[in-house]
Design a protein around this ligand. Structure first.
Ligand SMILES: [Zn+2]
Length: 119
């Protein structure tokens, strides 16, 4: 992402990339394949800084989930999505890990302290 004009910040031990050419492409992608931010281990990729700030607590909850589940996180995430689809629910919104991340983010302290680190 850095080679494509993106920016990198480290927040609470997590590498956060945002913006640049890739961010603009993903931001214009259809909702079914696009995302505001995505977490892979201790790396978060956001489409831009504002979106990353808005989703930071949620994405850091996913970092915590990666730490708890290790290599089993991605298979467990996929199985949870599959289970929800088989039962007629949304693969993303109803996924156990998404619901847990949303709950953790709603209990997180103000995200403004993270925002000030980036400015
Ligand atoms: Zn999520």
């Amino acid at each position: 992402m850095l080679c494509l004009g993106g920016r990198l910040h480290f927040v609470a031990g997590v590498a956060e990339f945002h913006g640049g050419w890739l961010g603009r492409i993903v931001a214009r992608a259809p909702e079914s394949v696009g995302f505001g931010a995505m977490t892979l281990g201790h790396v978060i990729v956001g489409i831009d800084q504002a979106t990353l700030c808005a989703l930071r607590a949620h994405e850091h909850a996913h970092v915590w989930q990666y730490e708890q589940w290790g290599l089993f996180f991605l298979p467990a995430y996929a199985l949870s999505s599959l289970w929800q689809v088989v039962n007629g629910h949304s693969a993303h919104a109803s996924n156990f890990f998404e619901r847990q991340a949303c709950a953790m983010a709603s209990q997180a302290p103000s995200q403004h302290k993270f925002l000030t680190k980036l400015t």
